[in-house]
Design a protein around this ligand. Structure first.
Ligand SMILES: [Zn+2]
Length: 78
């Protein structure tokens, strides 16, 4: 594991920003690489992506902060 690799905790912390593509290119790339090799984070990312797609079908408005908090709790209880 190289020092440039990031931990699961960091991926989870920045998952929403990652999916929104709000991170800088390097961080975006690091998370991408982590997810490719980490089944746990891959599952979380897929879960969140699917959820967003479903939300996107009903509304283009971003999920409110309260929903984000609930999602975090759900993911942490996995
Ligand atoms: Zn991970």
């Amino acid at each position: 594991m190289s020092p440039r690799d990031i931990r699961c905790e960091e991926v989870i912390e920045q998952l929403f920003d990652y999916l929104d593509r709000e991170l800088d290119e390097e961080m975006q790339h690091r998370i991408e690489r982590h997810i490719e090799h980490c089944r746990d984070c891959f599952t979380r990312a897929e879960f969140e992506k699917r959820l967003r797609r479903r939300l996107g079908e009903t509304s283009r408005v971003a999920a409110p902060e309260s929903l984000h908090r609930r999602l975090r709790e759900v993911m942490e209880s996995f």
